[in-house]
Design a protein around this ligand. Structure first.
Ligand SMILES: [Mn+2]
Length: 343
């Protein structure tokens, strides 16, 4: 196979074989001053990809015109990476966009400039005239950058491994939406960089700030639960972050959770259910709408996440929610084949 590395006269490079594109990008990155752009409110996949490029190639500046998100900020601090908010484009020989499908996403107009793009979203056409590697089959940009580093023979140390691994983990919803190719890349990355799984997890678990964590702990402290068969419903009181407390209660074992807060006459309730409960027929939006109807308040939402606000005693309303959920548990118990009845 002939790999074309002279790119200035190539249109629609994206249609070239992807490994050829990566070899060409690897060659190009070895020289010249470059600015690597992240999308607005950049996530760990964008930041991790840019960090790996910054560490493995010379003269790289990382730029996020539209800022970076909470986890990415923690990553940048841990990795000691300086991220610029603005740069003068004329200071660079060429530009790079990672994890971004358009100029709109990186927040600058690069029309007529030499730009290299590495991405895994569906292409917008903005990068068509430059050198690019766009692979929609990948779950994360970090996987493509990992391939790029291997092709270029770069040494992948622990920090580079961490940056790319966090990108893969978060973009796949902690592997919920991973595919076999990503898991293979992730395993190889761990092996090559000497990374441990808990290091990656620790970095992404920082997603909640201290006030939210205190709300979750207080919610757990004040929690009451009931069990019917194998199913558990939990209720609790709080004053902030109700939906986050609901999620925390699910993560410590509840199947369905309701968390309420009282402010003078008014109350607010959030609820969450495990997906398994939804599959069995629970609809929290309908449940809270019915409770709302009974108490002259208004509730509603999705099957697995819903809310209710209004006037009244929050504890009384929480008890109603609990009772209705227990009725639902009894109902699905009755439907079990083991009970001798038809499902
Ligand atoms: Mn991504």
């Amino acid at each position: 196979m002939v790999i074309r590395t002279r790119l200035s006269d190539m249109d629609h490079n994206c249609e070239q074989p992807l490994s050829g594109q990566l070899i060409a990008i690897s060659e190009k990155f070895k020289v010249g001053k470059k600015a690597v752009f992240l999308h607005g409110n950049a996530d760990p996949d964008a930041l991790g990809s840019a960090y790996a490029i910054y560490r493995c190639f010379p003269e790289v500046t990382v730029v996020a015109v539209g800022g970076i998100d909470r986890v990415a900020k923690v990553m940048a601090m841990k990795l000691d990476l300086q991220v610029e908010g603005q740069v003068n484009l004329d200071d660079f020989d060429y530009l790079v966009a990672v994890d971004s499908s358009s100029m709109d996403q990186i927040g600058i107009d690069v029309t007529g400039r030499d730009i290299v793009a590495i991405d895994h979203h569906s292409p917008s056409g903005d990068w068509d005239r430059g050198l690019c590697c766009i692979d929609e089959a990948r779950r994360s940009c970090a996987e493509i950058v990992f391939d790029l580093l291997r092709l270029s023979g770069a040494t992948i140390d622990r920090n580079i491994g961490l940056a790319l691994a966090v990108g893969m983990l978060t973009d796949s919803g902690h592997f919920r939406f991973a595919n076999a190719a990503m898991l293979r890349s992730f395993a190889e990355l761990m092996e090559i960089s000497g990374l441990e799984m808990d290091e990656v997890m620790d970095l992404t678990d920082l997603d909640t700030d201290v006030s939210e964590r205190i709300s979750q702990l207080k919610g757990a402290q004040r929690m009451r639960f009931e069990r019917i068969g194998d199913n558990i419903v939990a209720i609790s009181l709080g004053s902030a972050h109700e939906s986050s407390v609901c999620k925390a209660l699910l993560s410590i074992g509840a199947d369905v959770s309701f968390v309420g807060s009282q402010r003078d006459e008014r109350f607010r309730i959030s609820s969450r259910a495990r997906q398994e409960m939804v599959r069995k027929g629970l609809h929290l939006g309908i449940l809270l709408d019915e409770v709302g109807g009974e108490t002259s308040n208004s509730g509603g939402g999705h099957a697995g996440a819903a809310g209710l606000t209004g006037v009244g005693d929050v504890e009384a309303v929480l008890n109603m929610c609990m009772k209705r959920t227990m009725d639902f548990f009894r109902d699905i118990q009755g439907r079990r084949p083991s009970s001798g009845r038809d499902p």
